[in-house]
Design a protein around this ligand. Structure first.
Ligand code: 5GP
Ligand code: ZN
Length: 124
């Protein structure tokens, strides 16, 4: 898509702070981070929203989710257990859909947002 900013990132016409790339996915840091860890996982193929994804996208969506989890752990916000056995860490995984969902860029993307409770005082 000629006018899509994320397609331009996929095509390397626009620079991004890349975390991961394979034949079907790209992950890069959000340009306006809402938390200490904030990156986006996108499919290379242009799909405007999650609402456009039929069953044929199930595999791609699953890959996006599992990649987000793997990179979140690499970025330091994966789940862990402290010495007392309490669960620690974690992050938020968000897909905004459409105007009422707060979507600004109409190329499907998964936000991964981590830090200490970033959603208590930030956007997203
Ligand atoms: P949405 O509101 O559509 O769910 O989120 C779009 C996200 O893309 C926003 O958090 C915004 O900061 C990010 N973004 C928009 N343009 C660019 C860009 O050119 N580069 C990067 N790295 N992130 C972008
Ligand atoms: Zn696109």
């Amino acid at each position: 898509m000629d006018n899509c900013i994320f397609c331009k990132i996929v095509a390397k016409k626009i620079h991004s702070d890349l975390l991961y790339e394979d034949e079907s996915l790209l992950a890069f840091k959000d340009i306006r981070p809402a938390a200490p860890v904030h990156f986006l996982v996108i499919p290379k193929v242009h799909v405007p929203t999650l609402a456009d994804c039929g069953e044929e996208y199930a595999m791609l969506l699953g890959k996006m989710m599992t990649l987000g989890a793997k990179l979140a752990a690499e970025q330091g916000c994966g789940l862990s257990t402290d010495q007392a056995g309490n669960l620690a860490g974690g992050y938020k995984a968000v897909i905004n859909i459409g105007p009422d969902g707060g979507q600004e860029v109409y190329h499907l993307h998964l936000h991964v947002i981590g830090g200490v409770h970033p959603w208590r005082n930030e956007r997203i």
